[in-house]
Design a protein around this ligand. Structure first.
Ligand code: TYD
Length: 205
């Protein structure tokens, strides 16, 4: 039986990583095999591209090269990790996927969502998540600033206006793709957020 592919999305500091672990535990307690993975990365090749993307000076890559590197990492991640796991029946939970590229490189980075979608469609041959959970938290950026305390990566350290544009792009993608993308209120206790996430995938179980 085919498994499921679920992505978690959102801006910085919305609690994605914590929630991904909690969701994985909840699904395992129902007897499912769960694979936790992340982008950029999730396969040896994509992890190598991750260090190229997140390290170094802000001007290391121009916007187009940056978008192509994310797309290349994603193509390898789907081929080597995600698709094989889903085909053997596992649930794959992925911390960020295509919509991060659409929001960061496409929306905030100025390339446009359509252009970034096109290079990614080529890279992943239209392989999309069964569901995308978009975590929305009004104080996300503030929390990320405190958490990272000046140590954030090439992209996390971009100005507040960039991150506001990321947020706006995520919301517009969710409105356009209401079938696949579910906005989730990420405020309140972690347990309450995990319950909202489970409710948003219940029909896939
Ligand atoms: P990561 O350390 O995983 O950050 P976070 O905890 O915020 O998820 O770093 C990933 C960074 O890369 C993050 O700033 C978002 C950015 N990113 C893109 O710009 N485009 C993409 O397609 C992906 C997957 C991530």
């Amino acid at each position: 039986m085919r498994g499921r592919f679920i992505s978690l999305e959102g801006g910085e500091g919305v609690g994605k990583s914590t929630q991904l672990r909690a969701l994985a535990d909840a699904l395992r307690s129902r007897g499912l095999e769960v694979v936790e993975t992340r982008e950029p990365g999730g396969s040896p090749g994509a992890e190598a591209i991750r260090s190229l993307l997140l390290g170094g000076a802000e001007d290391r890559w121009g916007p187009r090269a940056e978008a192509l590197l994310f797309a290349a990492a994603r193509a390898d991640h789907v081929d080597k990790t995600i698709r094989p796991a889903v085909e053997r029946g596992a649930w794959v939970l992925c911390d960020r996927f295509l919509d991060s590229s659409l929001a960061y490189q496409g929306g905030a980075g100025g390339l446009g969502i359509a252009a970034v979608l096109e290079i990614n469609r080529f890279g992943i041959a239209d392989y999309l998540p069964d569901r995308t959970l978009l975590l929305l938290h009004p104080q996300g950026s503030e929390r990320a600033r405190k958490r990272d305390a000046g140590e954030s990566d090439r992209i996390g350290s971009r100005p507040a206006a960039y991150h506001q544009a990321v947020d706006a792009a995520f919301r517009s993608i969710a409105a356009d793709e209401a079938g696949r993308v579910r906005p989730i209120d990420a405020s309140g206790t972690p347990e309450a957020v995990t319950e909202r996430l489970m409710a948003a995938i219940e029909d896939l179980l």
